[in-house]
Design a protein around this ligand. Sequence first.
Ligand code: CP
Length: 325
Amino acid sequence: MQTGLKGRDFISDLDFSKEEVKTVLDVAWDLKMKRAMGISHASLRDKVLAMLFFFSSTRTRGSFEAGMAQLGGHAAFIESRTTQVSHGDTEKELGEIFGRYFDGIAIRHVDWGIGNRYLNNVAEASRVPVLNMQCEIYHPHQCLADLMTIMEKKGRNLRRKKMVVSWAYASSYLKPMSVPQSLILQMPRFGMDVVLAHPPEFQLMPDIMDQARDLAKKHHTGFDVVHDMEEACQDADVIYAKSWGPLMTTHDADEGKRIQDQYKDWIADDAKIALGKDDVIYMHPLPADRDIEVTSAVLDGPHSVVFDEAENRLHAQKAVMALTM
Ligand code: CP
């Protein structure tokens, strides 16, 4: 067990080794059990986390804030647009100053080509850990909760389990591609055979794809890319179907929507779920475009684990905070 995580940033999924991720999950299960038993676990008493948001959130904000309180500390909600961040506070200033006020700095910044660099610049100037609450490249805490949930449903040994990471149609907005990118990086390390499915215009970042291929090779797992959702879902153990924008193709919202609108049949519905194994699970980080991205029958149906998945955000993040802060 690798426990030397104090002071460490968690910005990319690969910032923690496989052994360190296992430690995070062990701690997460311990904290989950303690909360269920009503056992106090205030290991971060007197500590304060800054939560800086450049983009809206429900689950991430709620789970980090509740998690800090349950660990005996406090989380401060800070929005970029209501602070001087919107008037020119730089990453260096923020890292230096918040690093002196707080014991950890969590940031959500999903702007294309800006968010990840922003987090890393703050981390460079900060004396306390920086935690990624989602950038345009990674959503690592979501991915930890996803891994935790899959292990709860399928067992700790995931070797040869087939995980489908599929694009799905949405009409609300061009969603970030950080969730599928984190999944294809993290899951091969735990033995899962990953099938990535998307229409041709919805490629992920080439560098992330190269890393995912290398990890699959290193860990002797499958990594295939298909452009057909039905083909992907065949015999799946896990179907993780969600939307992301065609961001490697265009950043124009109207053009992106025109491209997306060609693929309205890429919906997670009963027919797709029926192609998977009898005990296939359906996952989504939420929020979903209900009855557009996924049918209500699937989202609320017996294969869906979305609420357990959302709950595990709390436990996984508490583990990261308790280990790093
Ligand atoms: N899954 C997730 O990150 O949810 P929020 O956008 O509501 O935080």
